[in-house]
Design a protein around this ligand. Sequence first.
Ligand code: AMP
Ligand code: ZN
Length: 168
Amino acid sequence: MFFNANFRKPRNRAKKGDCIGGNPKVGTLNGVLYMDLAGSSLCNRETVPFLYTDSAMSCLFCKIVEGTIPSTAVFEDDLCYAFADLHPQAPVHVLVVPRQHIDSLAGAHLDDRPLLGHLLWAAAEIARTKGLTKGYRVVVNTGEDGGQTVDHLHLHLLGGRPHSWPPG
Ligand code: AMP
Ligand code: ZN
């Protein structure tokens, strides 16, 4: 089943006249897999309604969001999914990820601003639920220097112990 939470509106819409195959319902264009949800050829369509990028198809956190890789759910809504980190660095260590695939904070676009705010709100909501009244830390490792190891935007919510500064 192709319809899942990782479809997202394309950032670069295919233009009318772009052709990704003979009479495709599915095809790739510039490394992006396009799905023609209307069931007709993309060749003469003004725009493509949704896409599912190659990176999303092979992404660990996309698979966790889909449920094909197991996780311990902590919170979820229509925009995000939060689950326990496999290698917790604090008594509370939760990852908050958008359901849609975004590589990293560096890949966020202007129209992602509401989603970014929602992820922060979700982290705070989880912290409230977990009773982290003494405080907590929210971390977004970004890129190589930032120590990001999974290329799907995620917030670390760390709590239940004091955190030093500066971080390592
Ligand atoms: P980062 O290094 O900021 O990209 O964070 C990636 C986080 O994902 C690390 O804290 C890992 O422990 C965590 N992680 C990796 N695989 C899994 C998994 N299957 N389930 C839960 N957390 C995971
Ligand atoms: Zn992903």
